[in-house]
Design a protein around this ligand. Sequence first.
Ligand SMILES: *Cc1c(COP(=O)(O)O)cnc(C)c1O
Length: 366
Amino acid sequence: MIPVTKPYLPSRDKLNQYIDGIYERNWLTNNGPLLQELTRRLEDYLGVENLLLVSNGTLALQIAYHALGVNEPVNGKPSEAITTPFTFIATASSLKWDGIEPVFADINPQTWCLDPNNIEAAITSNTRAIVPVHVFGNACDVEAIDVIAQKYSLKVIYDASHAFGVKYKGESLLKHGDAATLSFHATKLFHTGEGGAIVFKRKEDLERAKTMINFGITGPEAIDDLGINAKMNELQAAMGLCVLDEMDQIGQDRQEVTETYDSRLVGKVQKQQTQPNTTYNHAYYPVALKDNERLTRAMSSLRDCGVLARRYFYPSLESVTCLGVGFKDCPESRNLAERIVCLPIYSGLSTEDISRIAQKVVEVGE
Ligand SMILES: *Cc1c(COP(=O)(O)O)cnc(C)c1O
């Protein structure tokens, strides 16, 4: 069976050494030495400051909303955040869960990211934030989004769960927005089993979030803010330190997989149009077929030969009723969600398998 992705497992010997240290210190969580080391090394690797490790990517979003005050009601009414319908459910459900109404604006049909041209029409007097997603690691139009945010005094929180290591104009893409969040779930490019991080623009937001992830406790006898438990533990950090050592190899393996797919699929299926000036991280290999019927046939033909491709992302979130009803139609997102599939990509996927998968897609795709 070929899955859509395989969690990368680092050297067991190396992981054991970190675990020996945890046993010696008997320090399992609460800002332990491995967490501190991983924080420093990630800031260095990504080229960012103000990085806060948390227990998963969903809490990363939620802490960012709280630290930036996005959840605060407006004149007694729930605040609103403008986001994309073409993303994983957590982007929008985390807003709703925190009492923030998601408002969907449609995507650009080529880049598959939130289209800045659709944002202004969605702004109301209750809007506090824009929550765009660098979907599949493709950079949003960060400059255009920034102009709108400035004009209306809105916070920008990028869900950068897919954008680990992506550079835009030579610098980390994570530097854009008031905050950018990462997921380190086992299936993500860089992982800690479960985990996540927030990169804040401002140090004071980082400091507030640090308190929030530990119940709002500021000292042995002081509780200064409303908080929650969102701490990453030492075992997660140990996994992260091991995987980080091998990131360059992981990136290279995936680039090779991408190139092999490209040599067989470019021109035969629709691919995501990448933002200029971006260096891609090869986190995903999404392709869009002509229509839903072809997609369904491709999926079942792949399944028949033991390949589990996944329909990322389906359905388009404006149709998910637990998020609210009566959302404005988002035809571009709906259309894409009907015909997109992510093909398997991971270190060790053989050229023969890639060829076989591409062959099946081409057979039904045309
Ligand atoms: C994975 C993912 C999340 C959630 O991250 P978890 O670490 O699984 O909580 C949020 N947004 C997007 C776009 C994701 O892909």
